[in-house]
Design a protein around this ligand. Structure first.
Ligand SMILES: NC(=O)c1ccc[n+]([C@@H]2O[C@H](COP(=O)([O-])OP(=O)(O)OC[C@H]3O[C@@H](n4cnc5c(N)ncnc54)[C@H](OP(=O)(O)O)[C@@H]3O)[C@@H](O)[C@H]2O)c1
Length: 325
């Protein structure tokens, strides 16, 4: 089978396409013939050796997969050979075959394509966990989403509208913000032209936002936190813009607000039943046509490095997907 391999930490251009032996399942594993694997920002970090965990070299990046079950280990009962599935691995998805733990493999909805299924779990799982479990977002509250046209950002816009919130989308270009409007945003902020703090305040009549969803960090976090409402919740989701910000700790005191960490991967491992419940609710929303992940582009497996490069260069809206023949 072919796989995109990271043989040394570095940029996407260092990745290579190679023939590898097919994986063999352990007792609790499922071998999936991969049809699609979406690109997520952590993939751009893991190949540079900058992510929370560092797999042994060489490895394939890619975590959000869909495909067909090829083989199952002796203790696997939830899926069988030939089933169409989607699932989650920490890495290994940019390959024609991957071994997945049985608890991370789920039947694919018949009306959901392989690329759509692969675009779903990490982005929507993260944003739903953030808004529902961590922020406890309520109907009528105002949510600001930073990086709002990105994978987790656009999912947050769409899910928050379904939860009855007023959504302010913030992003770097008018084109990206137009997509956010199509996905339900009530108001927009172009933070490459407008002052983030002042615009949030203006759009909330001086009150500030009840909840802020921040997957970008860096220079954006402090002005956004300064525009958080009394008793607001500030969701720390990621640092796509680069630096992990250092925050003056008087700000949460003055606002009586909470700074809330969001880590979907750990949540799904530590609380699998709640995570499964969230996944089922998301599937139901998809079936009822309440949510519809935006797929900007498909890339063949050999072009996975280009897909990663496009993400690092802020060229991606919604999701991009690597597909296998
Ligand atoms: N906590 C969790 O459980 C969890 C789960 C999944 C992902 N994440 C994190 O969430 C973040 C977003 O992930 P994603 O997959 O949604 O990525 P994405 O699709 O690339 O979206 C990231 C957004 O960040 C913005 N951005 C600002 N400065 C940037 C820069 N210098 N380089 C790249 N993007 C920049 C871009 O929007 P503009 O151009 O409009 O600014 C882009 O749309 C990442 O930090 C990722 O690690 C966290």
């Amino acid at each position: 089978m072919k796989a995109i391999l990271c043989e040394k930490h570095g940029p996407p251009s260092d990745l290579v396409l190679k023939d590898m032996p097919s994986p063999k399942p352990k007792d609790d594993q499922v071998i999936v013939t991969v049809k699609a694997c979406s690109v997520n920002f952590p993939d751009t970090l893991i190949i540079q050796g900058k992510y929370q965990f560092k797999p042994d070299l060489p490895f394939s990046p890619g975590s959000d997969i869909s495909g067909i079950v090829k083989e199952v280990g002796e203790k696997v009962k939830n899926v069988k050979v030939g089933d169409e599935v989607f699932g989650f691995v920490r890495y290994g998805g940019f390959a024609e075959e991957v071994a997945v733990h049985k608890s991370q493999v789920f039947p694919k909805l018949p009306n959901m394509s392989f690329p759509m299924s692969a675009s779903f779990m990490l982005a929507y799982g993260t944003s739903y966990h953030a808004l529902k479990d961590r922020a406890q977002l309520k109907e009528g509250e105002t949510l600001v989403v930073l990086g709002a046209s990105g994978g987790v950002g656009l999912a947050a816009v769409e899910l928050a509208k379904n939860m009855g919130a007023r959504v302010i989308a913030a992003a770097s270009t008018d084109d990206k913000l137009n997509l956010c409007k199509e996905y339900g945003a009530d108001a927009i902020i172009n933070y490459s032209k407008e002052d983030l703090k002042n615009r949030i305040k203006e759009l909330t009549d001086g009150k500030g936002a009840d909840v802020i969803y921040d997957p970008i960090g860096d220079k954006y976090t402090e002005p956004a936190l300064r525009a958080t409402a009394w008793k607001g919740r500030y969701l720390i989701v990621g640092f796509a813009a680069g630096e992990i910000p250092k925050i003056p700790m008087n700000l949460p005191l003055l606002k009586g607000c909470q700074i809330v960490g969001v880590f979907w991967g750990s949540f799904s491992l530590k609380n699998p039943s709640a995570s499964l419940q969230n996944s089922m609710e998301l599937m139901q929303m998809f079936s009822q046509k309440k949510i519809n992940p935006y797929i900007q582009k498909l890339y063949p497996l050999e072009d996975a490095p280009k897909a990663l490069e496009d993400m690092m260069n802020r060229k991606v809206k919604g999701k991009v997907i690597v597909t296998m023949a």
